[in-house]
Design a binder for this molecule. Sequence first.
Ligand code: PA5
Length: 476
Amino acid sequence: MAQPQIKLYYKNVIADVIGDEHGITPAQLKELAKKTSPLISKLNKERKAGKTPYRNLPYNTKTLRQVKKLVREVKKGCDNLVVLGIGGSALGNIALQTALNPYMYNLDDKHRRGPRLFVFDNIDPPQFASFLDWVGDKLHKTIFNVISKSGQTSETAAQFLIIRKLLLNRLGRKGLQNQVIATTDAKKGTLRKITDDLKLRCLEVPDGVGGRFSVLGAVGLFSAAMCGIDIDSLLAGARDMDKKVSRKDFYKNPAAIIAAINWHLYNRGKKISVMMPYSYALKDLADWYRQLWAESLGKARDLADNEVHIGPTPIKALGATDQHSQIQLYREGPNDKLFTFLEVRDFGKPLKIGRAPDCAPELGFLAGKDLGTLLNNEKRATEYALLQDKRPCLTILFDRINAYTVGQFIYLYEVTTSFAGALFNINPYDQDAVELGKEATFALMGMPDYYKPGYKYEKFAQKIRSATKVDTKYLV
Ligand code: PA5
């Protein structure tokens, strides 16, 4: 049976629809094809040379076997799965869960296909304390999957140290070993050291794969498989998309087209890129995209080391919710955005709207209609309204939401990011700007100098304290 698909629809960025000033003319599209086509070969070559190992994650049968084996080992006795991680070590897990399990998953003990899932990608004290109070008497039925490539991320490390102490106190060393699974670098890093020392069960973040490109590896697959998500299908969808995004013909390559449109419109004043799913299930994929796009494309220097300070600002919106919060700005505010809608053709079982009460016949137009039809018509209505104001709109159309189409989407946007990086002529795989904040936190929290020979954390901490000291003159 043919698998459902996702497709890109890009007519509504074209000048015929929104005019020459804001749209892409046929000549410009031709130019874009000319500019992007050599980049398709370049990316395919880089991939063959092993420079973009994330491209091969959907083919990694070894990881798949390891993940499935571990799931078989621990799933039976596990009522709660807790992911400790942040950024690329959490956003993919959240996105897969929201997309592919029912909204009431954690509360529905009867139908749930795995343990309850909690992903802590923050260090908010009341939030974490509330969870600890709840989980305190359920520890022996709770698996903690601590995910950190480096192991030095303060947030994840702090969470882990709290859980480690709790488990040691309540269940002892053996209990700690039973309840914790680490996902980290195969050879190096702090979490690797801890994993080896405590003899924890573990999965690997493959070499050369940054957090935000890692969801199709052990990072995302373990929690997904534990929660009953069909990870074979997820990877099959990604492999299918791999064929499409490797196509040499620009006009047949959706990743090349999306990246080229984004790049072209960015250079013509559309510096903001709004992703707006008309599906609650897809909302956290937009969050995942936001990190992927922001960390990969926001760069100070290009590959020739010129100062460029470049990068589209990704924004997440949710249809229909944000029609009632953002659309006023999007239509009448500055025309500086490219919109990407995510639309779902078939939501599954129809949900019929009830009849209108006799006192409110004006609601009769809704009666008997399907809620999915209303949502999709709202997308169409919003798109129409934006086009009236000459705002460029793309749509990614999902036949249905399932593991296959979500795998396609993830792979499509990962490769789109690589194309966008090539067009902006920057390195999309580093994130140097995140490091200063991490280092400053180390310093403020009292990291000893021996951690980095030659580095003076205490001096650095003094400098930060003086630069950020509250000047009461400005405090009202
Ligand atoms: O995408 C990235 O590389 C980052 O968002 C990291 O995933 C994030 O900073 C967490 O890093 P780590 O996995 O080392 O704890």
